[in-house]
Design a protein around this ligand. Structure first.
Ligand code: ATP
Ligand code: MG
Length: 308
């Protein structure tokens, strides 16, 4: 059986400042299809159009052209489908003078889904239980982000749409939220659509990703497939700067204080070593490693800019 399609966008476009001098095509003819039961990453650098797309998915802003369907329902014409959706958007606001717990209570009552046990459970799950009685005023960015995640889950939605859910969290916090998101999908069968510019983060939690740049999708696919066969060579050599110069003539090279990461295939290893030896560089180690999503992403985005 093929999974239900949780999100579909058809030619979705948004242009800002139509009549002004500065016309920004923030999202261009976006066609997305997100199947239910997975974590789907929506990745792109700052200004790529992620938040604009998410706002259109939630019918918070109107597309200039194109359509959004959630579970097969047109989101604008069948607004009630949003009852199946929980969201965390950029700059979500709370009542600063109320505690975290009170904020959730108010939100739950407004949404007609008040259940004190569920609120306690969520506070526990997002790691806020101990600070739940404090005013939101004194919360850190990371704590507000956790509260936002709990708020998105109040109505026990089938689909979660999260704009940069790990924003403002430290590495430990990110790990916790990542595990939490993964469990929502694996254990409760939910669907999560999340945006991020933190690639290392996303690689560990997403089943599938779309990479967006300048309002357009540049790559889409299962994380494992995108990275299959993409290897890099890690080279340790002295002097390192000289090694970088020599190799850069043939392959893209990223330097670190102790080694170089060369975007070359495993088969290229002998050529890499030969070039270095011929240039009088001492080679200590050459090892092939799988490319990370971050390296892949940078290569894709660079390629795109190069062709623009
Ligand atoms: N209300 C608006 N009016 C005018 N331009 C806007 C508006 N909202 C977004 N933009 C522009 O649209 C483009 C995409 O912005 P968007 O916020 O969607 O990017 P993003 O991918 O979420 O970036 P970030 O990673 O920084 O959050 C940017 O060039 C931005 O300046
Ligand atoms: Mg954004």
């Amino acid at each position: 059986m093929t999974a239900e399609i949780a999100i579909q966008t058809v030619n979705l476009s948004k242009t800002f400042g139509r009549r002004g001098r500065k016309r920004i095509e923030a999202v261009k003819h976006l066609n997305l299809e997100v199947r239910a039961g997975q974590v789907y990453g929506f990745l792109g650098p700052n200004g790529a159009g992620k938040s604009t797309t998410i706002r259109m998915l939630l019918d918070l802003i109107h597309p200039t052209a194109g359509d959004v369907y959630l579970y097969g329902q047109h989101v604008h014409r069948h607004h009630e489908v949003l009852r199946r959706v929980g969201a965390l958007v950029e700059g979500a606001t709370f009542y600063n003078f109320l505690s975290g717990r009170r904020n959730l209570e108010v939100l739950a009552r407004t949404a007609n889904c008040y259940d004190p046990r569920r609120i306690e459970q969520l506070l526990e799950q997002v790691g806020l239980a101990e600070r739940a009685n404090q005013r939101v005023k004194g919360y850190s960015t990371g704590m507000k982000q956790r509260l936002g995640l709990a708020a998105a889950l109040l109505s026990d939605p089938d689909l979660l749409i999260l704009d940069e859910p790990t924003n403002g969290l430290d590495p430990g916090g990110m790990h916790e939220i990542r595990t939490f998101i993964r469990r929502l999908v694996d254990e409760q069968g939910k669907t999560v659509f999340l945006s991020s510019h933190l690639l290392g983060e996303v690689e560990q939690v997403c089943d599938r990703v779309a990479i967006i740049n300048l309002g357009e999708i540049v790559r889409e696919g299962a994380v494992d497939e995108l990275l299959a066969g993409k290897s890099t060579l890690r080279v340790e050599a002295r002097p390192l700067q000289r090694a970088a110069e020599v190799l850069r003539e043939h392959w893209p090279v990223v330097t670190n204080e102790t080694w170089l990461t060369v975007s070359a295939a495993h088969e290229d290893s002998p050529h890499v070593v030969r070039r270095l030896v011929e240039a009088g560089v001492d080679v200590y180690q050459v090892a092939a490693q799988r490319q990370t999503l971050e390296e892949y992403f940078l290569a894709v985005v660079r390629e795109k800019v190069g062709h623009a």
